[in-house]
Design a protein around this ligand. Sequence first.
Ligand code: ATP
Ligand code: MG
Length: 299
Amino acid sequence: MLDNSRLRIALQKSGRLSDESKRLLAQCGIKINLQEQRLIAFAENMPIDILRVRDDDIPGLVIDGVVDIGIVGENVLEEEVLDRQAEGEDPQFKKLRSLDFGGCRLSIAAPRDFEYTGPECLNDLRIATTYPHLLRRYLAQYNVNFKTCLLNGSVEVAPRAGLADVICDLVSSGATLEANGLKEIEVIYKSKACLIQRQGEISPIKQALIDKIMTRIQGVIQARESKYIMLHAPTEVLDDIVALLPGAENPTILPLTGEQNRVALHMVSSESLFWETMEKLKALGASSILVLPIEKMME
Ligand code: ATP
Ligand code: MG
């Protein structure tokens, strides 16, 4: 029996989002033993239970209020919302934030020799997909009708197997399409993983825990996107140096022992530093340039 006083978080059990979801929670300081193949895992150091389910179930679990928060791809979430709306429901949830993983696009792909001239030429074709609602919403803009071939997996083999003319499936690198003799012809939806919360009453204790997790997630994601930069530079070109550094905010300037005209500069940069920028810094006279990863941040 689940304890209702503990925060329930739904994560994908195994798949493309599971490792990053687990890593994010671990980096937020939530200690969970996920070794066993169990549906529920308990955090050791916070009142949190983790439900490990198929990603398709996560939006419904949040919308129905079975769990408090969940991590899921926007594609799966949006499809569930459209599906429920088509059934006459008014699904409610709060989107807390987008996350920095699970990036992909939902695209229409056709056999390599298909002569594609625009969405209109898809009219009346049979399209294999796991996302009929997202596809319908997209093609409706062009008044295109299509026949569906609903598949929950192996969508990319449908044209070769004679099940459909074209497909609408998730793509990240395009390698799977390529391997199946398909070409991407239309991107219909861009997706990332996101964090969602159920609507409705929530105890102040649980809400405070969600707020704490949100602050930590912000710190983790910001730290991943940031670098700590240290370098030595001639004092007279400091302005030019700072202008080259991405997202430079209040660099710290420190004296260098025994050096009159050179200083040390330390700063947090909101982006990584490209080799090209490092070469320009060096050309300006900077030396001992170090770019370090940041583990955590709190503002
Ligand atoms: P489950 O068994 O949990 O239902 P699944 O097979 O439906 O898993 P995965 O392939 O693990 O799902 O993908 C989960 C999510 O990862 C997708 O819904 C999408 O948001 C994201 N994703 C990122 N890149 C890709 C990709 N190249 N192909 C498919 N999904 C991707
Ligand atoms: Mg799934």
